[in-house]
Design a protein around this ligand. Sequence first.
Ligand code: GLY
Length: 337
Amino acid sequence: MNSIHPVVIASANGNRFRNGGDLTCVEKAFAEIIAGADVLDALIAGVNLNELDPEETSVGYGSLPNEEGVLQLDASVMHGPAKRAGAVAALEGVRTPSLVAKAVMEKTPHHLLVGRGAQAFARAQDFEIEDDLNSKNSREIWQEWKRRVALAGDLDGEARAAASHRVMQELVAEGLIDPQHIYGTINCNGINARGEICGVTTTSGTAWKMPGRAGDSPIFGAGLYVDGEVGAAGSTGRGESNLFSVSSFLIVENMRRGMHPKDAALEAARRVQQNTVEPRLLNARGLPNFGLNFYALNVRGEFAGVSMYPGAHYAVCTENGAETLLCEPLLDGRPED
Ligand code: GLY
């Protein structure tokens, strides 16, 4: 294979948070790839910055908890050349679920551990287990969400979900939460000069989700898919919609058939749109009322960020440095209109 220009791509939060240091996720991962690190180790070192940064309320420590105030974290890793993969779902008490996912890949004959079993495995692997991963900020925002939902009365099912959604929109409008952090997640994919390609996705899932809810991030083919001969793809945004369409697998398969990463990801976004027929998921125009973003990279080092609607960004680091770029949208307008 000809020499490839190394590149790291990620969701936009991959070029925003530094956890008090100098580098963002994509800068850190790129620097480690150039220094000769294994590509997956480099990407995980990058996303660890987001997982550990309390300012980043969508991933790892200090992110928005479930409806009971508990952080349940999901993560997956895929190693292209080794054709190995590991994941955890609903893991409590560990700040860096991406590292536990890597340990699942390396130390077990399995691909996915969940809940208490995932935590027992992490403990046995000497990860620090904490009683509570909330920061002061994430706990206070959860308490405010809970207080406002309680004011709506003793609701359940669809009515409670609607009340929760309305309160979420209020908190966004008041600037108390970043709209990107409602489904906030980081996906990061990279390739080195030898064409070795890997990916990682890590998240706290939807803010104030039902306990036990796992989204797309820990599911191979949905929140992340890597084929060492073809490329890598991952996603952020409404996990249920991505999970239903297993979009990351579809993007990689589209690239296998020769599509550029941008066209491969736009085709996946179109599939999600076609699969979105439930009235509760449609806006007044009959289009999806949620955001969903894809990040795709092929083994030639070509890449793209694609979103359902205009305005979403993605992060890239090459030999020219890190940039935050606009995603290519599938649809016009805004999800809520
Ligand atoms: N895409 C992240 C989630 O929905 O959990």
